[in-house]
Structures are given as C-alpha cells and as structure tokens.
Design a protein around this ligand. Structure first.
Ligand SMILES: *Cc1c(COP(=O)(O)O)cnc(C)c1O
Length: 346
C-alpha cells in the first residue's frame, strides 16, 4: 500500500522551477554590509519582494520560523520584559526559547484564547495589570487546528495593544493559508501589525527558511539580532531566492490545500471513536479528537502500520492531519477510506 503522509506541510520539496531560479541567483556575501543590506543581491531582491507583498518597509531572511520569531521578540523586547502569549501558542509551547529563563528570559503573560483569538476582555485586563512590551499572535493558529485570525479580530487586537503603546508581533508561519481562507491579500491582512514572521519552508515548498517583515527601523535592528543569534548566512541568496520564487509562484495555490483539508475532515467526521470540531477546519490542518482505547502515539503507530497513513501527534487525545502540495484529490479520497476503515476496526 502506498504511503499517504499527512504529518506536515514541511515535507514539501522544491519544484524544478524553484531549483532553476535558485541556480541563477545573483549571490554574494550577505554578511558584508552595503548600506542596510549585504552584498548578496538575490537576498536583497527577495527581501524587497517580501516587503512589497506585505506592504511593509523592509524584510529579512531568517533560517527558520523559530529564529524569525525569536529575532522579532528580542528586537521588540529585552530580557525580563513581559510579553502576552497563550498557553498553546507555538512560540510559547513549542519553541519555548524566548520564554525560557535560561535563554532569552521573556516573562509570559498568558491570556486565554478561543479558536486562536484572544478573549479580548482578558487581553485588555492583562495589558492594564502588567507592563507589557509585546503582544504575540499566531495566524493560522497551529495547535487549534489551523484556525484563522480574520481582519476584524486583528484590528481589535491592534487597537487594544496600540492604545497602550504595545507593538504586536504575528507568527504567520502559515499566513498564506489564512490569506487564502479569507480571500484577502497579506498586505491587507497584516496592515498595522508591527512585525510578521512567515515560513517559506512549509506549504510554500521552499527547502529552508522564513522571512520577517516590518518597518525599516525594526528590520535594521533585527539584522543585528539575527547576526547575534547566528542567523547571518553568507551566500544566503540561494535560499532567499527559493523563498522569493515561493511567494511569487506557490503562495496562491495553498487554497487547494485548504479545500482538500476541508473535504478530508468532512469525509472522516463521524467515524467511530473520533470527532472533529468542523468550525476549526479553516485551512490545511485537521485536528482530530480521539475518544477510543488507542491514544495519541499508539493510534498514530497503528494507523501507519495498518493503513500506511501518517499523521502527527498533538496530545494523547488529539492528532492532526495536514494537506500540502503533493497531496492530491485522489490521495484525499484514498485517505478518507483508509481512516474510516481503521476507525471501524478499533
Ligand atoms: C512551524 C512553525 C513555526 C516554526 O518554524 P520552524 O521553521 O520549524 O522553526 C513557528 N510557528 C508556527 C505556528 C509553526 O507552525
């Protein structure tokens, strides 16, 4: 039986067109300063393209989403400062590094969320009771099943935060999936957000990296922080070019990943001993709640052994299925059949 791998959109590989574009990149030493950029023309061109697409003044390539978020947090804040986040936000729960005392030592002010959006009254209260230096948001929200922060929610969060003079950082690892779900371009969606990190190495199919974008002054400072974290790379234009190719050629097609995830969710909803909160299926992630005897990793292991379908662990009571370029309509039909059959036998 052929394997259907629904673990993560990070398994995407570069396209032939992308590889071609990387080879012709006009590269140089990005660590040799030339004005506000390095000597790598391809990196500078990619960063300019990102800034233009997001309607921001400047942008910066970073080797990973984790580093992008950390660079942004440590550009906005210093050790000991307080930042608002959530219990299950990727930056806090998965990356940890910014909020770990031994590492960057940011103090987390935890605010509850619903479907990935802060409970606004609680956010207001947190900002009144604490001297907060940064408000973090995530779009799409990974551990809630890829839910979207829409423009209205973003505006409310911006209004509450900016009224207190507090900047807002968006972990937009999958921002193009949100943009596709809302049918709203990223510049409109991220308007007013002080810094945005997004991954090109996930559904966008680039091999490595992320970009951060914000004001010219912010990116100037962030460039120094990136260097201190070891994220200044030499002929980085090879990788940045892949990212530029990705946003220009592959960022719109993620809409198909969103619709395929929806069809997958509808297809397996109601199978024995699992449930799906269908309201949370908004982009390319399907969070499946498990109610049977098999839990978390055992459920995943059995599904892979018996049906050659791979999925990813969230908690002992939930797993996720992720669609991406390479998962076709036939794969979805096949996966629905195999998962239903698996559930009925356990
Ligand atoms: C994947 C992910 C990141 C981190 O990206 P890496 O490139 O794996 O470091 C950050 N935030 C969210 C929401 C993610 O899904």
């Amino acid at each position: 039986m052929r394997v259907i791998d629904l673990r993560s959109d990070t398994v995407t590989l570069p396209t032939p067109g992308m590889l071609q574009y990387m080879i012709q990149a006009d590269i140089g030493d990005d660590g040799r300063a030339r004005g506000t950029k390095g000597e790598d023309n391809a990196a500078a061109a990619a960063e300019k393209a990102v800034a233009e697409m997001f309607g921001k003044e400047d942008a910066l390539y970073v080797p990973s989403g984790t580093m992008g978020n950390s660079v942004c947090i440590m550009t906005h804040c210093k050790r000991g400062d307080k930042a608002v986040t959530c219990q299950n936000m990727h930056m806090y729960k998965a990356e940890k590094v910014a909020f770990t005392e031994e590492w960057f030592g940011i103090k987390a002010v935890l605010v509850p969320q619903k479907k990935g959006c802060y409970v606004l009254e609680e956010l207001k209260k947190a900002l009144e009771e604490n001297e907060v230096k940064l408000v973090c948001v995530e779009n799409t929200y990974n551990f809630e099943g890829g839910t979207v922060l829409d423009r209205k929610e973003i505006e409310e969060i911006l209004e509450i935060s900016h009224a207190k003079g507090v900047p807002v950082h968006m972990d937009g690892a999958r921002i193009f999936n949100a943009s596709a779900a809302l049918n709203m371009p990223v510049d409109k969606l991220c308007e007013g957000v002080d810094s945005v990190q997004f991954c090109v190495s996930k559904g966008l199919s680039a091999p490595i990296g992320s970009f951060i974008t914000g004001s010219a002054e912010f990116i100037k400072k962030a460039r120094i922080v990136r260097k201190q974290m070891g994220g200044q790379l030499r002929q980085v234009g090879l990788l940045a070019a892949a990212g530029q190719y990705a946003i220009e050629n592959l960022s719109k097609r993620v809409v198909y990943d969103n619709t395929r995830a929806r069809r997958l969710a509808e297809g397996i909803d109601g199978a024995k001993d699992i449930s799906i909160d269908m309201d949370s299926v908004q982009t390319n992630i399907v969070k499946v709640d498990l109610h049977g005897q098999l839990k978390g990793r055992d459920w995943l292991k059995a599904l892979e052994e018996e049906q050659s379908v791979r999925a990813h662990y969230i908690t002992d009571d939930s797993v996720r299925l992720v669609t991406y370029r390479g998962i076709t309509d036939e794969d979805i039909t096949e996966a629905i059949g195999r998962i239903r059959s698996f559930c009925s036998m356990h």
